[in-house]
Design a protein around this ligand. Structure first.
Ligand code: ATP
Length: 341
């Protein structure tokens, strides 16, 4: 339904008298199928918003092509705009009118009749838990309510494809969780295709059918969260060996089935009585390991298996932790950038 090939966006910036070129997006290919929820994940400054602005026709690509909802973003920009909903990072600027009037005006901008926009707006208010707020001024709403109002505005003309730029940034954890439900609902109830940017790992993981990871303007991975985790990082196996003298022997056994050390993977590590290493698909590898340890009379106090996180995926692909990379998170965003699920 939407495809991009070789998208590039460069900006000219001035530092003092020196002009430099920033390649904010550097050759992005992406495909979004109908009815999918795609999470576009990357650290601050990776190029997420710039890509989104090109896909939503707000920024003309420096190079490359994109079709969105079947229309070319440059040649058929008008049709693209009519087919999509876009909720920007900053949210809409509200005029000081009542929320319901803003929504109806917005629908009429898209060519809807007033009565139709009102009916649809009220339906969306109910779906997004905004009942009773139709006549409230947006400035008197909570952050979470205002963000949901942004989403009503983005959906008023019934787009089949919705772009959400960091929909939960700036919200408290409860409001975030609440908005996640509404986003999941968009697809469930309306069959909408959703493309959302985020730098929250848990958000991408919880919401997306497929995750596209961008770093320094290039796509570094695109797959389901499960496949990304399985292909790249492997599961972490943590053995606690009962007898300190057998720790080395246990480490050798784990090493024989562990992933080779490479970017982001350290090989087998020993810490006290603990031996840790990453293996592909622990569910398959661990029973054999346990038999092996048993045959060698190596007793364990405990064994733990941790599924990899999206942060492990990012670390393996880029050599950096997404959490560190996201530490430049602007002030006022919730401290959940570091939360894992
Ligand atoms: N108008 C502009 N002029 C110059 N540089 C820009 C402009 N817009 C974006 N950039 C630069 O392009 C790069 C990508 O920015 P972009 O906003 O797309 O990143 P992002 O992944 O959306 O980040 P965030 O998560 O912080 O929103 C950054 O280095 C940014 O400073």
């Amino acid at each position: 339904m939407s495809h991009a090939r070789g998208l590039v966006q460069t900006f000219q910036t001035k530092e003092g008298r020196k002009k430099t070129e920033v390649r904010a997006v550097d050759g992005v290919d992406l495909d979004v199928a109908e009815g999918e929820v795609v999470g576009f994940l990357g650290p601050n400054g990776a190029g997420k918003t710039t890509t989104l602005r090109m896909l939503t026709t707000l920024l003309r690509p420096t190079e490359g092509t994109a079709t969105v909802a079947g229309y070319d973003v440059v040649k058929d920009s008008e049709q693209v705009r009519r087919s999509i909903g876009y909720v920007s990072q900053a949210g809409g600027a509200f005029s000081g009118a009542r929320a319901g009037d803003e929504v109806v005006d917005h629908g009429m901008l898209y060519g809807m009749k007033g009565a139709e926009a009102e009916r649809r707006g009220k339906e969306l208010f109910t779906q997004l838990d905004l009942d009773g707020l139709w006549t409230r001024m947006p400035k008197n709403m909570s952050g979470g309510q205002r963000r949901r109002l942004d989403i009503v505005m983005g959906l008023i003309h019934e787009p089949s494809l919705v772009f959400l730029d960091e929909p939960t940034t700036g919200l408290d954890p409860q409001a975030r969780a609440n908005l996640w439900e509404h986003i999941a609902d968009l697809r469930r109830r309306r069959g909408a295709t959703v493309f959302l940017t985020t730098h929250y790992l848990d958000e991408a993981d919880a919401l997306s059918d497929r995750i596209i990871i961008i770093d320094h303007g290039t796509i570094v991975a695109a797959d389901t969260a499960d496949n990304l985790k399985a292909q790249v990082a492997g599961d972490l196996v943590d053995l606690e060996v009962a007898d300190a003298e057998l720790v080395q022997a246990a480490a050798q056994r784990l090493d024989s089935i562990a992933e080779a050390p490479r970017h982001g993977l350290q090989g087998v590590e020993i810490e006290g009585n603990h031996v840790r290493g990453r293996v592909q698909r622990a569910g398959k590898a661990v029973p054999g390991l346990l038999r092996d340890l048993h045959d060698a009379d190596i007793d364990l106090e405990s064994i733990e298996v941790h599924r990899p996180t999206l942060d492990d995926v990012f670390l393996t692909l880029t050599g950096r932790s997404l959490r560190d990379a996201a530490d430049a998170t602007p002030a006022g965003t919730p401290g959940t950038a570091t939360k894992e699920n």
